[in-house]
Design a protein around this ligand. Sequence first.
Ligand code: F6R
Length: 586
Amino acid sequence: MEYRGYDSAGLAVNDGTKIEIAKCKGRLKALSDLTNGGETIQGTSGIGHTRWATHGVPSDTNSHPHYNSNESIAVVHNGIIENYIKIKQRLIDKGYSFQSQTDTEVVVQLLDHYYEGDALAAITKVMTKLEGSYALGIVFNDHPDELFAVRKDSPLIVGVSESGNYIASDVPAILKYTRDVYYIDNGEIVKLTRDNVSFYNSDLEPIEKELKTVAWDISAAEKGGYEHFMLKEIHEQPKAVRDTLNPRIRDNDIVIDELNMNEEDIKNLKKIFIVACGSAYHTGMTGKYVIEDLARIPVEVDLASEFRYRNPILEEGTLTIIISQSGETADSLAALREAKRQGMKVLGIINVVGSSIAREADNVMYTWAGPEIAVATTKAYSTQLSALYLLAMHFAKVRGALPQNEFDTLLQNLRQLPEQIQSILDNNVTQIQYIASKFVAVKECFFIGRGVDYTTALEGSLKLKEISYIHSEAYPAGELKHGPIALIEDGTLVTAILTQEDLYKKTLSNIVEIQSRGALVLAVTNEGNEEAVKVSDIAVYIPVTDKHFTTSLAVIPLQLLSYYVSIGKGLDLDKPRNLAKSVTVE
Ligand code: F6R
């Protein structure tokens, strides 16, 4: 399961008398060394976990399993408990103490609180208290021959075999032992013994489930059945965006606890610097348009490699935001240090918990994309956008720049993004495969757009060049005529992003200009925009959202396009040439 998380790992095994726990920071190899390949921790039932830190840095203590004070219950968890702070406080008031900074520890302490000998009763009680997502594996010292599991919005499967039964959060973990699996649905609880598996609904009524046989081999299954990590990660975007938004949307408001800025601090903001590299820089560009328009705070966006050496002017009232998936990018880290050297407060928008930038930033707003393996970023990019939308709306509201009714409508649109991304993934793939097949041999590409659409164009162009090695440029549509139009000739592919209704007409006249010079035009536009289809060669439609959030939708067809063009060219797109996932050198 290491591809689902690899910053720490742990085991809890019931040997019939007590629960033995072994866990440590580091890759699975560290746990294997600690337990002599598992030899030192023997028993007949147990749970294991590889972690990708969300709440609390990677450390021995924060590793799963988590357990209660007398080590009679142990739990592993995938997902995020959104109301853990409230629960934790209530438990502390009742005399419980906590060892870790994780959200998961509240689950085991709650189980301890409700357990009176009946494991299933305690589990159902705990389920009513938890908000967020979870797949839980649970062992009780009192039930040495049993294993319990339950899920809500995080995957869970049960594997059955002659030699024992298994729980896992994905198929590859158990393929070595069995291909016979049950897929657990939301709210279902499972009790496993060596020879038996029983399923219950949340009212503890027994339910029947259908046994399925997995057809994949191990290598396909590690990518969840997808041919490449990049495609898997493209498809994980609805969940990644939901996981980033949901914990920060409470009671129809936006609450960003980790920002550590009170109303006064937000009102006193004079300027924001966003500093990042590559795709993270592109999200910063989108952020600039959205923050400036909604919150009316001036935003300057800088490439970290420039910012660090250009002696930027950072004055009182400036907030510096560093955006990075890995949290290890050398230029971004140097930029952070430069901002701090000048006495500025730094907010990190980071995916990897406990990474260098996360540790050195004053405050960190994590993007909950999960581990991103493919070199070309997709889901981390989408979560960075979500984090910036949240900030823009929060700042706008606090500064009185956004009336309540407009805030409510924006929030409604924001909440719909995961479903809308899903609908593009469900409906547009065949069309994009067709378009990609037409453009495999293209030598030259341009991506154009105005306003927010220009920032989407930047990302579309980078994706294409990174994984399909086609030379590609992104330009603001109005800038083409100032030079680049000289390069347009028969067969040049121009992708025009047209999601900003107030700017449609302007970009349409640019399209007519380039078409008359022989370019093929692919339009990515909102459902219902009939004009685009008239002037372009092919149009891809995306669902309608608020104009500030369209990048989140328009980028999906562009990611898919670069993916399928690369496939058409037979390239190793998870590991594109000359590129590394984490750029820790200047
Ligand atoms: C593009 C890509 C890179 C990264 C850039 C920053 O697909 O992955 O452009 O966005 O190297 O990396 P992080 O976000 O780790 O700082």
